[in-house]
Design a protein around this ligand. Structure first.
Ligand code: 6PG
Length: 253
């Protein structure tokens, strides 16, 4: 993997517009060369504006510009709450994007977070990924894009510092109990992320600045933060930042 690309924008709105355009160009390139675009997408709050921009923005509008029937989206991570819960990432994605663009319902695979027990939920999502990519045992999917955020503690997807889930080397999806959150999460694993063709982080807000400096510039000795473990050997990483999140970096790109 080469050095990550770091792009800094004045504010979250400008970041969202740039991220939507970057997403659109990856879609167009993937569909032109491989006939489809397949992404794993994270939740949280930062990507919402990007999803909304993909639904309502663009010139020409992304809603008309992009080949939505060739776009396939998999949930990258989820909270262990039903899809109608305000904390549910799929609910946010559906309200911001899926309900507004002509993407076939069958092209979207969420964690069935209302299911039980947790390992069945993550195992089912793993099988959907395996079946979609036609993976042989031991093989990994190559997503055209994995869209990620980063928490103030350096977590990404639902891979949190100190969690065994960060060290997973066999499964494609896991269902960790996150002590710091006092909650169950569902997440794709680092090997899935690190086999992607492209990874795009969307990070905004001053509360992320210290973790971002540690991830991008190295920090005190000790285990690297989960977001720092994202290093796709055969892929590219782009960090889309606002000035607040980038404020602790020693050299501003
Ligand atoms: C989640 C996300 C998570 C998120 C970070 C940043 O389920 O919360 O997938 O990894 O990307 O927590 O969240 P914000 O974008 O809300 O700051």
């Amino acid at each position: 993997m080469g050095a990550p690309t770091i792009r800094v924008f004045d504010d979250p709105e400008t970041l969202a517009r740039a991220a939507a355009e970057a997403f659109a160009r990856i879609v167009e390139e993937a569909v032109a060369s491989r006939g489809r675009f397949v992404a794993a997408v994270s939740g949280g709050t930062t990507p919402r504006r990007t999803y909304e921009t993909l639904a309502e923005g663009g010139d020409p509008p992304y809603r008309a510009r992009l080949p939505w029937d060739s776009v396939w989206l998999f949930s990258g991570d989820e909270r262990a709450v039903p899809p109608d819960d305000p904390q549910n990432n799929y609910r946010m994605l559906h309200r911001a994007l899926l309900s507004k663009v002509p993407i076939p319902a069958g092209n979207v695979a969420r964690f069935w977070s209302e299911g039980e027990p947790p390992d069945v939920v993550s195992g089912y999502h793993e099988n959907r990924i395996r079946d979609f990519f036609g993976l042989a045992p031991g093989a990994w999917p190559r997503f055209d894009l994995v869209l990620l955020g980063m928490g103030a503690d350096g977590h990404t997807a639902s891979l949190f510092p100190g969690s065994e889930a960060v060290e997973e080397t066999t499964r494609l999806a896991v269902a960790p109990w996150v002590e710091s959150m006092g909650a169950r999460r569902y997440s794709i694993t680092l090997p899935v992320i690190n086999h992607a063709a492209e990874v795009m982080f969307l990070v905004a807000g001053r509360d992320k600045a210290d973790a971002l400096r540690r991830v991008l510039e190295g920090g005190p000795s000790g285990a690297p933060l989960p977001a720092a473990r994202v290093a796709p050997a055969g892929g590219r990483v782009t960090w889309m930042l606002d000035r607040e999140a980038a404020s602790a970096l020693s050299h501003r790109p």
